[in-house]
Design a protein around this ligand. Structure first.
Ligand code: HEC
Length: 262
C-alpha cells in the first residue's frame, strides 16, 4: 500500500523531531564540582513524607522558585482535601486549578540575586535526587560571597541558605593533611587538604531531623517532576495529536496529487 508508506515515511522523522523536542525541554546542567553525593531514599508511595515535602516547598521555596508546570489541584493526589490544600499550601493563587507560580517577578529576582531562580517543576529529573539532597544540606557560611553563604556542590551559588534556622550555621575548615609531621602533596604541586564542616550555631532541628526534612522535600520534588504531575504529559499528547493531523493532511494531499494520474 503506497498510502501507508507515505504516512509511515512521514511519521518516522516527525516522531524523531518530537522526541528531540521533548528531550530538549528538560535541559541538563552538569554538576559543577566533583563532590561525592549522598544517597537519598525516594519513596513516592510515602504520602506523609510527600505532604511534609510539599509544605516545606511552599513555605521555603515557592517565594523564589515557581513550579509552573504543576497545578495546585495535583496536590490532592497526596491524600489532602481541597480545603487543606487551599488553607495550607495555596499562597500564590486564587483557584485550585492554577499552576504553582512564584509570587516574585523574574526581573526583581535577577536584580536581587544576579540570576533568576529557575523553575523547579522538573529539577529532580535534570539534577537527580542525590544531587538535590546533598545541595540542600550543603550550605555553609562564607563572608566572601554576596549572600554570605556558599555551597559544597554548587560553589558561589546565588541562592542563600533559606533553611538556615532549621539546620543551623556551619563553617568550612581546611587543614593540611599531615603524615610523619609533614604536609602531604596533592599531586598537583599543592598541599593535600582535609575539609571539615563545623556547626557554629545549632538550628531548631537536630541533624537527623533536618536530614528528614530535606529528604521529604526532595521526595516531593521527585514526585512533582513525574510526567503524570506536570504539563509535559499534555505536551506529549499534543505533539502526538499534531503528528496525527499532519499525517491525515499529507494523505489527503497525496490523494489530491495522484487523483488525475490513473
Ligand atoms: C530567596 C530566593 C530563593 C529561595 C527562597 C530559594 N532559592 Fe533556590 N535558588 C535561588 C537562586 C537565585 C538560584 C540560582 C543560583 C545560581 O544559579 O547561582 C537558586 C538555585 C536553586 C537550585 C539550583 C538550580 C540549578 O541550577 O540546577 C535548586 C535545586 C534550588 N535553588 C532549590 C531550592 C529549594 C528546594 C528551595 C526551598 C528550600 C529554594 N531553592 C529556595 C533563590 C532561592
Amino acid at each position: 500500500m503506497r498510502t501507508g508508506k507515505t504516512a509511515r515515511a512521514l511519521a518516522a522523522p516527525l516522531a524523531a523531531l518530537a522526541a528531540a523536542a521533548l528531550v530538549l525541554a528538560a535541559p541538563v546542567r552538569a554538576a559543577e564540582v566533583d563532590v561525592k553525593l549522598e544517597r537519598v531514599e525516594i519513596d513516592l508511595a510515602d504520602l506523609p513524607s510527600l505532604q511534609s515535602g510539599a509544605r516545606t516547598y511552599v513555605n521555603y521555596c515557592l517565594g523564589c522558585h515557581g513550579a509552573g508546570l504543576v497545578r495546585y489541584n495535583t496536590l490532592l493526589q497526596l491524600g489532602l482535601t481541597e480545603q487543606q490544600v487551599k488553607d495550607n499550601l495555596m499562597f500564590t493563587a486564587d483557584k485550585i486549578g492554577e499552576y504553582m507560580r512564584t509570587a516574585m517577578k523574574p526581573a526583581d529576582a535577577k536584580e536581587w540575586f544576579g540570576v533568576a531562580p529557575p523553575d523547579l517543576s522538573v529539577i529532580a529529573r535534570s539534577r537527580g535526587p542525590d544531587w538535590l539532597y546533598t545541595y540542600l544540606r550543603g550550605f555553609y557560611r562564607d563572608s566572601s560571597t554576596l549572600t554570605g553563604w556558599n555551597n559544597t556542590v554548587f560553589p558561589n551559588v546565588g541562592m542563600p541558605h533559606v533553611m538556615w534556622h532549621l539546620q543551623g550555621e556551619r563553617i568550612r575548615r581546611e587543614e593540611p593533611v599531615m603524615r610523619d609531621g609533614k604536609e602531604v602533596g596533592d599531586g598537583h604541586g599543592g598541599v593535600l587538604k582535609k575539609v571539615t564542616f563545623e556547626t557554629v550555631q545549632p538550628g531548631s532541628q537536630t541533624p537527623v531531623e533536618f536530614d528528614r526534612t530535606v529528604r521529604d522535600l526532595v521526595n516531593f520534588m521527585v514526585w512533582m517532576g513525574e510526567p503524570a504531575q506536570t504539563k509535559r504529559k499534555q505536551l506529549g499528547l499534543f505533539v502526538l495529536f499534531a503528528i496525527g493531523i499532519l499525517i491525515v493532511l499529507s494523505y489527503l494531499l497525496y490523494k489530491e496529487y495522484w487523483k488525475d494520474v490513473h
